[in-house]
Design a protein around this ligand. Structure first.
Ligand SMILES: [Zn+2]
Ligand SMILES: [Zn+2]
Length: 246
């Protein structure tokens, strides 16, 4: 009976909102899934990659290989992994997800992330999103990293804490800034939510964000968590740029 109600409910939803490709809006079979043409445009990240920041490497010299940037100046987080490379296609996919009213691609994206970050998830004690400033949260209506993080945590059956980190001041949008400016822009922008002090102590935290660009945000969040007593921090994103990040 319950299943029947569920299936009728599903059909009603499908009739009102027929499943559409979240990228090109073509009709598809299942909610949140890309059409075959768009699927083919995703540049999934494959090994070999840097064991630390996860940037794709040109040569395979073993699973412990590091990129030059991580060798010279290791980031505070231990490992960063991402599903796909950040480019024209993934940029528009993520922008549509950020600014759309419908969250139906979230489960599919979270499934990809759970697969790309399976090692990180297996080790994680706690999953938490990179926070969005409340003013931006208000204008955008939801924090896409929290939506992804919650779905990823549910898939892996790990505890999720939506407000583990908070923004202490609003940072100007990162879009037009250089790497150096971005570093300055986010320095001191995050703090541990005082409510969750004990949840972090000696725990391994997996941070979730939509994109890893320069890595400045991941770096500052990781430092904040380590300072608060976390044993280690990993980072999982939907996309990342092809350059090393820290
Ligand atoms: Zn499509
Ligand atoms: Zn690296």
């Amino acid at each position: 009976m319950q299943q029947m109600i569920h299936s009728i409910g599903r059909k009603l939803v499908d009739a009102v909102f027929p499943p559409q490709c979240p990228s090109c809006m073509a009709l598809v079979e299942t909610h949140g899934f890309l059409c075959p043409q768009c699927w083919g445009q995703i540049k999934f990240i494959e090994t070999p990659w840097c064991a630390c920041c996860g940037v794709p490497l040109e040569f395979d010299s073993g699973p412990e290989s590091l990129c030059l940037a991580c060798m010279r100046d290791p980031p505070s987080y231990e490992r960063a992994r991402a599903v796909m490379l950040y480019g024209d296609f993934s940029r528009s996919l993520i922008l549509k997800f950020k600014h759309a009213d419908r969250l139906d691609p979230a489960p599919a994206y979270a499934g990809w992330m759970a697969r790309a970050g399976s090692d990180l998830l297996a080790d994680a004690d706690l999953v938490a999103p990179v926070p969005l400033h409340w003013r931006r949260l208000f204008s955008r209506r939801f924090n896409q990293s929290a939506v992804l993080g919650k779905a990823v945590a549910r898939l892996a059956e790990k505890p999720f804490c939506a407000d583990l980190l908070v923004r202490t001041r609003q940072t100007p949008s990162q879009g037009r800034l250089t790497r150096n400016q971005r570093g300055k822009n986010v320095a001191g922008a995050f703090a541990l939510n005082a409510r969750w002090k004990e949840r972090v102590e000696a725990r391994r935290v997996l941070l979730i964000d939509d994109v890893l660009t320069t890595g400045a945000t991941a770096e500052h969040c990781a430092r904040t968590l380590l300072r608060a007593g976390a044993s280690a921090v990993d980072v999982l994103t939907l996309a990342r740029v092809a350059l090393p990040g820290r």
